[in-house]
Design a protein. Structure first.
Length: 65
């Protein structure tokens, strides 16, 4: 059974805490994972979470200029 930590982005708020928490949780899971296939899934989800956080921050900075 594969672990699927990816999430769809929810309502956007000014609080980045949920986004920040998501990648931190995924990073901890990756550090502890021993199964290579599961590790790949977690790292892919981590990459998506970090990309989404960066897109969100860029959108915020462009909107407040």
């Amino acid at each position: 059974m594969a672990h699927s930590p990816s999430r769809q982005s929810g309502p956007q708020t000014n609080n980045d805490a949920p986004r920040d928490a998501e990648w931190r949780i995924l990073a901890k899971e990756a550090a502890q994972e021993n199964d290579p296939a599961k590790l790949i899934e977690i790292v892919e989800a981590l990459t998506r979470a970090l990309d989404e956080q960066e897109r969100h921050k860029k959108a915020q900075s462009q909107g407040h200029g």
